[in-house]
Design a protein around this ligand. Structure first.
Ligand code: 5AD
Ligand code: SF4
Length: 441
C-alpha cells in the first residue's frame, strides 16, 4: 500500500471555520489523506479563509505567494482556497494566482475529494454554488480526532439579517438549520466518545428553527433535549443576535442547569442612529432591557459582546453612546474592531470615518472593556467555580480548564484528569486567566 498523502490546512477566522476544517480533513481522509502540521511536506494545502477582517483577500494572495517555492520543488502539490474569501472572490482567485488548483466555498466541502481528483487530472475545479442539495445531509459530521472533552457542533449556518457592514449573508448565504435528529445523533456520538461540553455553533445560532418532532424546534427546545443526554454536562451556544433572544431561550438560562451562564450577544454600537444605519433593527435601550431580562432569569450570567467603532458617519456623540452602553451593561469579555469596508455591502458606500479617529476611539473603548474584563475576573476571587479540565498547563503538575463562565482556570494538582469537572476555589486573577485550588466536593 502506498503511503498516505499529506494534507496541510491553515485555518483563519471564526469557530465555524475551525469546525469546517475538521470536516474537510475528514472528507479528505476518505481520499487517502492524513493531516500534517507543516506545509513543507504536504501533497495538498488548503487555506480555509475568513472574510471578516480588513484586507482579507489581500492577505490570502500574499500567503499564496509564499507557496511558490514549495510548488516549484513539488509540482504534484495541489493548492486549494476554501472559506469565505473563496466564496466571495470565486474564479478571480485563480486568475490572480495561477498557483491555485481549486476554489471551494463553505457549502461544497463534501465535494472536495472529487475536486482534488479533478485537480490531479489537470483541471481547475471551482465550486462556490449555494446548495440545491442539503449540505448538512451530505457532509459526514463525525469528527475523527476529538480535541479533549469539549466539542463544537454546527446546528445552523448563514444569516438573513443583512447588517450593512457584514459579508456573512453574501458568503454564507441564507439561514439554514440542521434537523433536530441529526443534531441529537451527533451530540450522542460525541458524548459516547468522552465529550462533556458541547458548544452549538451558527452565525446566527439563536435563529435556529430545525425540523423536529411536531414541527420546527427553537434553539431552547433543542437545548432542553440535549440536556437530557446522560454524560453531557455543559451546553453553550454562539453567536447570537439580540432580536432572536426568544422568551423560551431567556427562560432556559434560568431553568436548564446544563446551559452555562455565559452569553455572547453582540450589540455592535450604542447609538440608535448608528444602529439604524447598521440595519440592526434594535436600539440601545431594547438591548439593555433584554439584558435585564436575561439577568433576571440568570443573575450570575457573564456577558460578552462585539463592537464596531468608526462606522461610517459615527460622530463623537455616537461613540460616546457606545461607551455609555458599555458602562451600563458591563461586559465580562468583548471583541472590538475598527469598521472596515467590505466591497458589495451597503456601508462600504457611505462616508468613512478617518482611520486616526477610528484608532483613537478603539483605544478608548478597549481601555474600558479591559477594565470591565479585569473587574469580572477579580469578582471571581474567593468564589468557588466548577472547572472542566481540558489539558495540562505549561508548568509540570498543572491542569487548565474552563469555569462555567468560560474563564480559563489553572490549578496545580497532578491528580486531576482531563475531562474531570471539579470544584475550584479561585485564589488569584492573572491578566487573562484565573488560578485556583481544588476543594473537596
Ligand atoms: N468591519 C469591522 N468589524 C466587522 N465585523 C463584521 N463585519 C465587520 C466590518 N466590516 C465584526 C462584528 C461581528 C464580528 C464577528 O466581526 O462586530 O459581530
Ligand atoms: Fe453579519 Fe451577524 Fe449581522 Fe448576520 S447578524 S449580518 S452574521 S453581523
Amino acid at each position: 500500500m502506498s503511503d498516505p498523502k499529506k494534507l496541510f490546512i491553515k485555518t483563519y477566522g471564526c469557530q465555524m471555520n475551525v469546525y469546517d476544517s475538521e470536516r474537510m480533513s475528514e472528507a479528505m481522509a476518505g481520499a487517502g489523506y492524513v493531516e500534517t502540521q507543516s506545509p513543507d511536506d504536504a501533497d495538498m494545502i488548503l487555506l480555509n479563509t475568513c472574510h471578516i477582517r480588513e484586507k482579507a483577500a489581500e492577505k490570502v494572495y500574499s500567503e499564496l505567494g509564499r507557496f511558490k517555492a514549495l510548488k516549484a520543488g513539488n509540482p504534484d502539490l495541489k493548492i486549494g482556497v476554501a472559506g469565505c474569501v473563496a466564496q466571495a472572490e470565486g474564479a478571480e482567485i485563480m486568475r490572480r494566482q495561477p498557483l491555485v488548483d481549486l476554489v471551494v466555498g463553505p457549502q461544497s466541502y463534501h465535494r472536495l475529494p472529487e475536486m482534488e481528483a479533478r485537480a490531479r487530472r489537470g483541471e481547475k475545479p471551482l465550486d462556490t454554488d449555494f446548495p440545491a442539495d442539503d449540505k448538512f445531509d451530505t457532509l459526514r459530521h463525525r469528527p475523527k480526532a476529538l480535541r479533549g472533552p469539549t466539542a463544537f457542533l454546527t446546528v445552523q449556518e448563514g444569516c438573513d439579517k443583512f447588517c450593512t457592514f457584514c459579508v456573512v449573508p453574501y458568503t454564507r448565504g441564507a439561514e439554514v438549520s440542521r434537523p433536530v435528529s441529526r443534531v441529537l445523533e451527533e451530540a450522542r456520538d460525541l458524548v459516547e466518545r468522552g465529550v462533556r461540553e458541547i458548544t452549538l455553533l451558527g452565525q446566527n445560532v439563536n435563529a435556529y428553527h430545525g425540523a423536529g418532532e411536531g414541527g420546527e424546534w427553537s434553539l431552547a427546545r433543542l437545548i432542553r433535549a440535549l440536556a437530557e443526554i446522560d454524560g453531557l454536562e455543559r451546553i453553550r451556544f454562539t453567536t447570537s443576535h439580540p432580536n432572536d433572544m426568544s422568551d423560551d431561550l431567556i427562560e432556559a438560562h434560568g431553568t436548564c442547569e446544563k446551559l452555562m451562564p455565559y452569553l455572547h450577544l453582540p450589540v455592535q454600537a450604542g447609538s440608535d442612529r448608528i444602529l439604524k444605519r447598521m440595519n440592526r433593527n434594535h436600539t440601545a435601550e431594547s438591548y439593555i432591557r433584554l439584558i435585564e431580562r436575561i439577568r433576571a432569569a440568570r443573575p450570575d450570567l457573564m456577558l460578552s459582546g462585539d463592537f464596531i467603532v468608526g462606522f461610517p458617519e459615527e460622530t463623537e456623540a455616537d461613540f460616546q453612546a457606545t461607551l455609555d452602553l458599555v458602562e451600563e451593561v458591563r461586559f465580562a469579555s468583548a471583541y472590538s474592531f475598527k469598521y472596515s469596508p467590505r466591497p458589495g455591502t451597503p456601508a462600504a458606500e457611505r462616508r468613512q470615518v478617518p482611520v486616526e479617529v477610528q484608532s483613537e476611539r478603539l483605544q478608548r473603548l478597549q481601555a474600558l472593556l479591559t477594565r470591565q474584563q479585569r473587574a469580572a475576573q477579580e469578582e471571581m476571587v474567593g468564589r468557588t467555580v466548577k472547572v472542566l479540565f481540558e489539558k495540562p498547563g505549561r508548568q509540570a503538575g498543572q491542569m487548565v480548564g474552563k469555569s462555567e463562565y468560560l474563564h480559563a482556570v489553572h490549578v496545580d494538582d497532578p491528580s486531576l484528569a482531563i475531562g474531570q469537572i471539579a470544584p475550584v476555589e479561585i485564589i488569584e486573577s492573572a491578566s487573562n486567566s484565573l488560578r485556583g485550588r481544588c476543594i473537596a466536593s
